[in-house]
Design a protein around this ligand. Structure first.
Ligand SMILES: [Fe+2]
Length: 466
């Protein structure tokens, strides 16, 4: 039996969020999965995500919200596609069939609809439904978390912030998981450049729950965006013991830690974190977050002129099986970094051609609908850059730069494309491109003063003009 602290049937009714099952065990397992999701952490005392997911099916195989949370988590991890993965596609179908064959609440029915939209790549539609749920049920944490992730995948920064803001006053501090709203709100604030407020709110979250890894992460972003490198290093180190237990987010937090070292030009220290944490964890989990981070980090290091050795080839072992997934454009461009880095032109070509095919007939999938305008030219720009055709890379990427936000991820994650653009501009033989490169660096410096990385690039840019 589940630990008594998790909510049973009655407790969920008391919270105004009744679940359509008569099994207390299933209710508690739902809570256990939700809690691990919010904490970014496999709790081994309850069997981790996997253990809880099989237990919840056993406790009540017809529990619709049990299917919604399990299948929904599979989907928001973006690691496989219902287009190609029959197991995932049939899990979605089964959830819909179950929902249609029994009496469930309107809230539960909306959850099923949102999950179905998400499975078809319609992230915006899914988010709209999760928001609808929260109008009547502002304390529905599953809707809030799914919306938070959904907005993240479409670069909807304002919505990511306001979605939390509009429900926060309805929550009481004694409610389970309350403190985690702080980290979520903070993240939306920082992605919309409210850095001071973001730091304050995340620190409030940490005062309540010191091991809230998402609040730690939010503060890490604030220091990244303000180029407060030493503050960031000190912060991550002093709280490492608290945040590293959140195994699902730990690799990403280590990635943030390594970014400070790249900023400082301390590449060996960054590589050491890559080897001992980021890539080690990526290999073990194969999670998409860990995989895109590993790709992005090697790409940044190479742009800084660092030789990363065999690391690309090793990383390709993780990314190659996802070449045909095309779940998100954000993932796609990171997989491409790995195949380009490993000099696997066949894999790079296949990824691009697969995306071009989907772009021709995107159907209802919003990611595929964006492929023609954003995904394909981004991939082409990266391939041109890889071939040393900086002029063409610049022509493809520069007009797109303000739309890159639409592929999702954080400002810090998408910075790899800003850096790529600046490098392409500086390496292009076209004088106009070189001057544009300098403009981009001035923009960068104005927005984020005192960045050592910007300083190094500026030096090189100035040398070009002499
Ligand atoms: Fe991050």
């Amino acid at each position: 039996m589940m630990a008594s602290s998790y909510r049973d049937c009655k407790a969920w009714i008391a919270e105004g969020l009744p679940l359509s099952t008569s099994s207390n065990e299933a209710c508690k397992l739902y809570d256990a999965i939700l809690t691990q999701y919010v904490k970014w952490r496999n709790d081994e005392t309850v069997g981790g995500f996997e253990g809880c997911m099989s237990a919840i099916q056993a406790a009540d195989p017809n529990f619709v919200m049990g299917h919604v949370i399990c299948t929904g988590l599979d989907l928001v991890s973006t690691g496989s596609s219902t287009r190609l993965d029959e197991r995932l596609a049939s899990a979605v179908r089964r959830t819909v069939e179950l929902a249609n064959s029994q009496v469930i609440s309107p809230r539960e029915r909306l959850h099923v609809q949102a999950m179905e939209h998400f499975s078809h790549g319609q992230f915006t539609k899914a988010c709209n439904i999760w928001e609808d749920i929260m109008v009547d049920h502002p304390t529905d944490m599953l809707a809030l978390k799914f919306a938070h992730d959904g907005y993240f995948y479409i670069g909807a920064k304002n919505q990511m912030r306001d979605s939390v803001a509009r429900v926060l006053p309805y929550w009481k501090p004694h409610q389970p998981l309350f403190s985690y709203l702080k980290g979520m709100y903070s993240f939306g604030l920082l992605e919309t450049n409210f850095y001071d407020q973001a730091e304050k709110v995340a620190m409030e979250g940490l005062a309540l729950t010191p091991d809230d890894a998402w609040s730690v992460h939010s503060v890490a972003h604030v220091y990244e965006m303000k180029a407060e490198v030493d503050k960031g290093l000190k912060f991550m180190e002093s709280r490492e013991k608290d945040w590293q237990v959140s195994d699902v987010l730990a690799s990403h937090n280590y990635w943030h830690w390594a970014l400070y070292f790249i900023e400082k030009g301390e590449y060996e220290a960054a590589l050491q974190i890559f080897d001992s944490q980021v890539f080690r964890r990526c290999k073990a989990t194969g999670s998409m977050l860990d995989t895109v981070d590993a790709s992005s980090m090697l790409c940044r290091l190479e742009m800084e002129g660092v030789c990363v050795g065999d690391r690309w080839r090793e990383l390709l072992q993780v990314t190659r099986p996802h070449t045909d997934d095309h779940v998100t454009l954000f993932n796609d461009v990171h997989f491409l970094m790995a195949s380009l880095g490993a000099k696997e032109s066949g894999t790079s070509q296949r990824l691009l051609e697969g995306l071009q095919e989907l772009a021709k007939e995107p159907g209802e999938n919003a990611q595929h609908q964006m492929a023609q305008a954003i995904g394909v030219p981004m991939c082409q720009a990266m391939m041109e850059y890889d071939q040393g055709n900086y002029n063409q890379a610049m022509e493809l990427l520069y007009p797109l730069r303000l739309r890159v936000v639409n592929i999702g991820g954080s400002d810090a994650q998408r910075d790899v494309f800003n850096q790529l653009l600046i490098h392409a501009a500086m390496k292009s033989e076209n004088k106009h491109h070189q001057k544009l490169g300098r403009c981009l660096l001035l923009e960068r410096d104005a927005l984020r003063p005192n960045s050592p990385l910007t300083g190094r690039l500026m030096k090189r840019s100035l040398a070009l003009h002499n």
